[in-house]
Design a protein around this ligand. Structure first.
Ligand SMILES: [Zn+2]
Length: 134
């Protein structure tokens, strides 16, 4: 097993957990730049991970809190897919990385504290898979 050393995440690891779901609250606060939200549409948004494991760590999130992909409607899933594709295109164009890792966190088992479903992306600088705890 390989370990990833990301000491800048200690602030996140040690901080007191805030109540509520950041993926529901942040898009409503109308502070996109401060909240690291890059884009919002009616059904989904793209947000940078404040405590990334790696460069280019983005999350593509449905606007409606869903604990399971089956809860998403067709338009919501299409919005997620579109923003995922656009995010990959932008990361590829704006970096020298040879690739992008894409994963999906579904519920607490998927590594999320808030029991929701999101796509996660990050650049591949070395060809190594980096596990993500958003
Ligand atoms: Zn939520």
């Amino acid at each position: 097993m390989r370990y990833l050393w990301a000491p800048w995440r200690m602030e996140y690891i040690l901080e007191k957990r805030k109540k509520g779901c950041i993926f529901c609250k942040k898009p409503m606060e109308k502070k996109d730049e401060e909240n690291l939200i890059l884009f919002q549409s009616h059904h989904a948004f793209v947000i940078m991970n404040k405590y990334p494991y790696n460069n280019g760590h983005l999350m593509v999130v449905p606007r409606r809190h869903c604990t399971d992909l089956n809860q998403l409607g067709e338009e919501e899933f299409q919005a997620l897919s579109y923003l995922l594709k656009a995010s990959i295109q932008i990361l590829t164009k704006k970096s020298s990385s040879p690739g992008t890792h894409v994963g999906m966190n579904i519920g607490k088992v998927g590594g999320l504290e808030k029991n929701t479903s999101i796509f996660t992306l990050f650049l591949d600088g070395q060809g190594t898979l980096i596990l993500c705890r958003c």
